[in-house]
Design a protein around this ligand. Structure first.
Ligand SMILES: [Fe+2]
Ligand SMILES: [Fe+2]
Length: 202
């Protein structure tokens, strides 16, 4: 049944989502700082890349609140305290939160928005839920490689790209040092996971 936006649950859910995205963005930015400090610049980039996308999600949810301009929305909500020195654990925590948004929270918010007659908002929740799944998968993959010491070692020959200078090679293990820019192994990422990598001729 259509509901007036100002008295809807959807406007609260949008604010909850905006708060959640804002916090995720900050948590990932903090995590990136930790990764960098621990000599894992590629993992730092994974966190920053995702942080930027959370900012966009936040903006999308926030902009759906235009009708509430000038007002304050009071919400309750639970938000995680993901503090640990262990990078693999940080990645696992991030994975867990992303899956929670995908499996439960945004689907529920989307269904509610649909029920209340806010189709555009419902679409945002449902589509962003799918993106969060890919975020969770990516964090999980990096966590696994880190846990198994396979971040820079593959079972089969694979493409690697240096995120500092763009040098590409195909080997089982990423170079200990980039032969072009001298940056260490921590700057390498599997080519298939590098944003903007041209995979067309691979
Ligand atoms: Fe998000
Ligand atoms: Fe996400």
């Amino acid at each position: 049944m259509p509901v007036d936006f100002k008295s809807s649950e959807t406007k609260d859910n949008l604010m909850r989502a905006f708060a959640g995205e804002s916090q995720a963005r900050n948590r990932y930015t903090f995590a990136a700082g930790q990764a960098k400090a621990q000599g894992q610049p590629t993992i730092a980039q994974v966190f920053l890349y995702t942080a930027d996308q959370e900012k966009e999600h936040g903006e999308i949810f926030y902009n759906h609140l235009k009708e509430m301009a000038g007002e304050t929305i009071h919400i309750d909500g639970g938000y995680p305290v993901d503090i640990t020195e262990d990078l693999a654990e940080l990645l696992r925590m991030a994975q867990h939160n992303e899956y929670e948004e995908h499996d439960d929270v945004y689907k529920r918010f989307g269904d509610k928005a649909k029920e209340e007659g806010f189709d555009k908002v419902a679409r945002s929740f449902h589509m962003i839920a799918e993106i969060e799944k890919t975020h969770g998968d990516r964090f999980g993959r990096f966590a696994e490689w880190l846990e198994e010491n396979k971040l820079y070692i593959s079972d089969v020959k694979t493409g690697w790209i240096c995120l500092n200078c763009g040098y590409i090679c195909e080997t089982k293990e990423a170079p200990k040092k980039c032969p072009v820019c001298d940056h260490d192994q921590g700057y390498f990422i599997r080519l298939e996971l590098a944003p903007f990598a041209d995979k067309s001729n691979k």
